[in-house]
Design a protein around this ligand. Structure first.
Ligand SMILES: [Zn+2]
Ligand SMILES: [Zn+2]
Length: 253
């Protein structure tokens, strides 16, 4: 099976709605347990690693835009964490995101906030018919391609490992953060181009939105980001808190 087949995967269209429903049921169940605070703290820490370190610092700022550099171990660790957050492989993410920058708010934008409803954002984005030339630099990267080709298998193996260690670890270390990541990502793909304020007159509708910046680790300072995609720091004013940048500061060389 070739890589393109895997990425345009009809599979994604099937897997994401199932993951969405299962993790939602898991969150409702978790809420009924009256679990100790540290289980919720665990969910938060996992979400910091998957979305903050994984997707925001590594997938987005490092791989998609090359806005800083780090060593191979930390880069691959970030790719691993980005993957177990449940919203796709680094290869897919970078392809979709670079295409988004190219066609923002125009036909060809893979998560066009004007036409795609929130509940289909993640599913559609990753099932998008991407163009291979957008990720030529990653096509020969063995680690990135391995994660991409075996994405759902890695996700299932990781979940099974946590479940084998402890059902509570599985629930609060996987189900809860994955559910949150799916919805935080879906809502951010809408908010980033629809609601908020603009510091720069970019030739798209990118917005800065504080709520979005909090839920997705600084990604919500999206108008700043479209204005200068190579800047690793998305928050510019003192009150534009960019928690994802803290991970960049920790791992950059
Ligand atoms: Zn955008
Ligand atoms: Zn970007």
């Amino acid at each position: 099976m070739n890589i393109k087949e895997l990425f345009t995967m009809k599979r994604t269209e099937r897997v994401f709605p199932v993951l969405n429903v299962l993790t939602f049921a898991g969150v409702i169940f978790a809420l009924t347990l009256g679990a100790a605070w540290y289980w919720w703290a665990l969910s938060f820490i996992v979400y910091a690693l998957t979305m903050g370190f994984g997707v925001s610092a590594t997938y987005h700022r490092l791989l998609a835009h090359k806005s800083y550099s780090t060593n191979r171990f930390l880069r691959n660790l970030g790719i691993f964490f980005g993957g177990i957050g449940g919203t796709g492989s680094a290869f897919a993410w970078v392809a979709v995101h670079r295409t988004h920058h190219r066609f923002s708010d125009k036909p060809g934008d893979p998560h066009d906030a004007r036409v795609i409803p929130i509940w289909r954002q993640v599913t559609l984005a990753y099932g998008f018919d991407w163009k291979k030339f957008t990720v030529r630099d990653l096509a020969s990267d063995k680690f990135v391609i391995f994660q991409h080709e075996w994405y759902f298998l890695i996700l299932i193996a990781w979940a099974a490992l946590l479940l084998a260690i402890s059902p509570m670890l599985f629930l609060f270390g996987f189900i809860v953060p994955v559910w949150f990541q799916i919805w935080a990502t879906s809502s951010s793909l809408i908010l980033e181009h629809k609601f908020g304020y603009r510091s720069y007159e970019t030739n798209d509708k990118a917005m800065n939105n504080w709520f979005n910046a909090l839920t997705v680790w600084g990604e919500g300072w999206h108008n700043n980001h479209h204005h200068n995609p190579r800047n690793a720091k998305f928050g510019e004013k003192w009150w534009e808190v960019d928690l994802g940048y803290l991970f960049v500061k920790l791992v950059r060389h």
